[in-house]
Design a protein around this ligand. Structure first.
Ligand SMILES: N[C@@H](CCC(=O)N[C@@H](CS)C(=O)NCC(=O)O)C(=O)O
Length: 212
């Protein structure tokens, strides 16, 4: 049985969403955030102390953009991953990495320095990285300008899972109001997918069970 460690609303939502889209059985371990401080024993499971953490047999994964692709290929074949011989494979891989490295990492700096630590001396860093994130949306915005429902391959794929999460996160960083309406419309529409709804319900239920 696949096991996933997750905190509500965190990047590990990508893994949870991907599991639901794949229809794979899994065991969800919900943690309070940040686990390294609030569940010190978690470090004996994942020494990094970060989420996601996914165990599948002998495999151990800690990257939220790698997990959806891993699930779609290891537990595929699935239309949720593009195959190397398909047109758009390069763009597919690029979106997987772009969604995390370029569109999510700067937002985590904003979160760290403006949302989680309001008195921080580094609040300016948070503001600067919010601007940085907004300027890096250029490629996504241009791609979605033709009104497409999915990023690549003419169908829903793990690239949508990974990149849409970055837009979802902008609701927490306060950047959402500055994102173009057609980008928000694309990301919001994906939330009506049964897979997204099931993932959201699972994390809600898990988080409620955590509450003291
Ligand atoms: N690049 C990794 C980053 C993992 C990561 O830093 N996750 C954050 C949550 S979104 C975390 O665990 N933070 C807790 C901490 O830093 O203690 C990924 O995409 O999964």
């Amino acid at each position: 049985m696949i096991e996933l460690w997750h905190c509500e609303g965190a990047r590990s939502f990508r893994a949870l969403w991907a599991l639901e889209e794949m229809g794979l059985p899994y065991c969800l371990h919900m943690l309070p955030f940040p686990p390294r401080a609030l569940r010190k024993e978690y470090l004996s499971v994942n020494p990094l102390g970060t989420i996601p953490y996914l165990i599948d047999g002998e495999e151990r994964l800690t990257e939220s953009a790698a997990i959806p692709h891993y699930l779609a290929t290891r537990h595929g074949p699935s239309p949720l991953a593009l195959a190397p011989e398909e047109p758009g494979y390069g763009a597919y891989l690029n979106w997987l990495h772009h969604g995390e490295a370029t569109l999510t990492f700067p937002q985590t700096l904003t979160l760290r320095y403006t949302v989680f630590d309001l008195q921080s001396l580094h609040a300016q860093v948070g503001k600067d990285y919010r601007k940085w994130f907004l300027s890096r949306l250029r490629m996504l915005s241009a791609t979605l300008e033709d009104g497409r429902a999915h990023l690549v391959g003419g169908r829903f794929t793990m690239a949508d899972v990974v990149v849409a999460y970055a837009i979802q996160l902008a609701g927490v960083t306060g950047a959402r109001a500055e994102i173009a309406p057609h980008v928000l419309a694309w990301a919001d529409a994906l939330q009506s997918r049964p897979g997204w709804q099931r993932a959201r319900a699972a994390e809600r239920e898990g988080a409620a069970a955590l509450a003291p």
